[in-house]
Design a protein around this ligand. Sequence first.
Ligand code: FPP
Length: 267
Amino acid sequence: MSRSPATTDPIQVSAQPSELLPACLDPARLPAHVAVIMDGNGRWARRRRLPRMMGHREGVEALKRTLRLCSDWGIGALTVYAFSTENWSRPGEEVTFLMSLFERVLARELQALERERVRIRFLGDLEQLPEGLQERIAAAEARTAANTGIHFNICTNYGGRRELVQAARRLAEQAARGELDPAAIDEAHFEAELLTAGEVDPDLLIRSSGEYRISNFLLWQLAYAEIHITDVLWPDFNEQALLRAVLDYQGRQRRFGGVEPLLLPDA
Ligand code: FPP
């Protein structure tokens, strides 16, 4: 009676170390999935006495740089937080600007993304987005769905708590229909109902602009991620900043709740 979780394709990570990987990075310990909270666009603009919108525009350039670098280095997936369920409370003018920016960038960059074999997906409640943007998203996802390059996930109108509530609701509906035994629900069932189903969990979370918060981002998926917080404001995020983040990650001892093997007492 228990329905098994949907089977999903494994993430495509290049088997060969990328020739473009900086020599100081260990190709065997690259994060397979990097998540980013792109913060600090407004402060970047304010420091230059520019309108906040200019910060968002420069933020797009930083995002393009980061995607290119992750792809070149052989990182399998990049997931970024572009617009949260809480961001609707920003001034209407800024929300409208961001929505039209997303639409324009998608229209402008789609060909290049296709050429570079990027598989693009938008994660969040997309039906609340403007219709023109929804159409662009549907077209971009369809046109890149079979691409075998980096998985590029853009969280838009996304909230981690909302995602968890929706997953719980879908499992409850399956149980109410008699398709799923509540006692059989496990982590795999839950994961299969998340927007990131099929993606490995992020190994590394980068947050720019020096804030120490998760901000309702990927609450389930970040359970064991290593966190790198940098003071760099998102529009200034560049190769050096990404290199520092990955080096920091490679210096961490990942224990996933266990103990460091060398500290085990003799049997
Ligand atoms: C946070 O900075 C940034 C955002 C809410 C928007 C991020 C969007 C982009 C970088 C553009 C992405 C484009 C596409 C196509 C996905 P903030 O405004 O909160 O900065 P502040 O904290 O300094 O005010």
